[in-house]
Design a protein around this ligand. Structure first.
Ligand SMILES: *Cc1c(COP(=O)(O)O)cnc(C)c1O
Length: 394
């Protein structure tokens, strides 16, 4: 049945779920007079570590910085390689390039957006000196960590989870962020909890954690808040390595602490919306609902169109959705389609059949915890209406 034509709405891709609590937390920091990294950031780290059950959590100014610091701490440098997939955000790869290392790409699974452990074995057979593997839990759906860890261990490589989408994803083995040697989370504006910009590195190794603390603050061997609050030798510090400037300021950490308290609620809300989308879209043979596995964090709702059933490309389908007022996005443009990566590695799409297929058929629908019934229904109506318009009657 044709859905009734409603007034046109605009449905954004994402809206942050903020309340008076975040506002008050920010004002408290401003009034305290301490704006940079201090007790809020320390408390955020402690609370985040407690939430996922890890020993060390280090707040940083983005996941991109976090990847850089974690990779440096695990020995990524000139002469080494990092294995990851082309189906991720660009900084998953460029973080290694900045350290002088090279990236080797591994295709994703047929039935998910995540790295394929079997193909990873082949990549290890072909390439020498892979120091690190970065599996990406795309959309919050967890990677096959057991197989990935086993493969990496056999080949003396470390595993760093790109957990930018995966808070709070939880497998039977534990939360994302505890499933490998280290992990990096993002609190970017559209992520599952947000501080506007921000990130968190988690790991168990205390020595590496101490190193990362220095790396994120210009190689300085003492925390700045001690430098300004202790009575003696407050100006004195040593520099023991070349670092960057990647610390998280207290204004952002204060927002993060409030968001963290709501993470379970947000997840429940996203799950409910995903259930509604799944139920609605399952009834149409030209759509494919997202892969799901236990503990999914449901960061994104990745809908696929089936080209064999529709007389329309993904790009045109997406354009029509935008015309109808849907703030859609695409996750991801695969790395092999970027000029920079193409020039550097001369990759062929045919080497990554699964990534290429998904890259050409996937659309990220508007999706956030506070979406109301009218907004959810509007998205469903417009997607199915456009699908029906291009349906191949064979
Ligand atoms: C968002 C994202 C990042 C980068 O996060 P920032 O905090 O914006 O630097 C890295 N990897 C993936 C998979 C992402 O989606």
């Amino acid at each position: 049945m044709e859905p009734e034509t409603k007034d046109k709405l605009f449905i954004p891709f994402f809206k942050p779920s903020f309340s008076g609590e975040e506002e008050r937390a920010v004002l408290d920091v401003i009034h305290s007079g301490w704006l940079t990294t201090g007790k809020e950031a320390l408390a955020f780290e402690k609370e985040f570590a407690g939430f996922i059950g890890t020993r060390e959590a280090l707040a940083v100014n983005s996941a991109s910085s976090g990847l850089l610091l974690a990779l440096e701490a695990f020995g990524t440098r000139s002469g080494t390689k990092t294995a990851t997939t082309p189906y991720t955000f660009i900084s998953t790869a460029t973080s290694s390039l900045h350290l002088g290392a090279e990236v080797v790409y591994c295709d994703i699974e047929k039935d998910s957006y995540n790295i394929d452990p079997n193909r990873l074995e082949d990549v290890f057979k072909k390439e020498k000196n892979i120091r690190t593997v970065i599996p990406v839990h795309v959309a919050g759906n967890l990677c096959a960590m057991e197989d990935i860890n086993a493969c990496a261990e056999k080949n003396n490589a470390a595993v760093i989870e790109d957990a930018a989408h995966a808070f709070p994803a939880k497998s039977p083995a534990g939360f994302a962020g505890t499933l490998a040697d280290a992990a990096v989370f993002s609190f970017y504006a559209t992520k599952t909890i947000t501080t506007g910009e921000g990130g968190m590195i988690t790991l168990k190794d205390r020595e590496k954690s101490e190193l990362i603390k220095k790396l994120r603050s210009n190689g300085i061997d003492r925390a700045v808040w001690n430098r300004y609050t202790e009575k003696e030798a407050s100006w004195k510090y040593d520099v023991t390595c070349a670092g960057w400037k990647c610390n998280m300021p207290d204004i952002l950490a204060a927002i993060g602490r409030i968001q963290l308290k709501k993470a379970d609620l947000f997840l429940q809300q996203r799950k409910k919306i995903a259930d509604k989308f799944n139920e609605a879209f399952s009834g149409f043979d030209f759509l494919r609902i997202p892969p799901d596995s236990p503990g999914n964090a449901w960061h994104l709702y990745l809908l696929r169109i089936k080209p064999e059933k529709l007389n329309v490309t993904r790009d045109d389908f997406a354009r029509e959705l935008q015309r109808e007022g849907l703030g859609i996005s695409v996750h991801f443009i695969p790395h092999f389609d970027f000029t920079f990566i193409k020039k550097r590695y001369g990759l062929s799409r045919s080497d990554f059949p699964n990534a290429a297929e998904k890259a050409d058929t996937t659309i990220s629908l508007p999706f956030w915890p506070g979406m109301n019934e009218e907004e959810i229904q509007y998205v469903i109506d417009r997607v199915t209406k456009i699908g029906a318009k291009y349906y191949r009657k064979s």
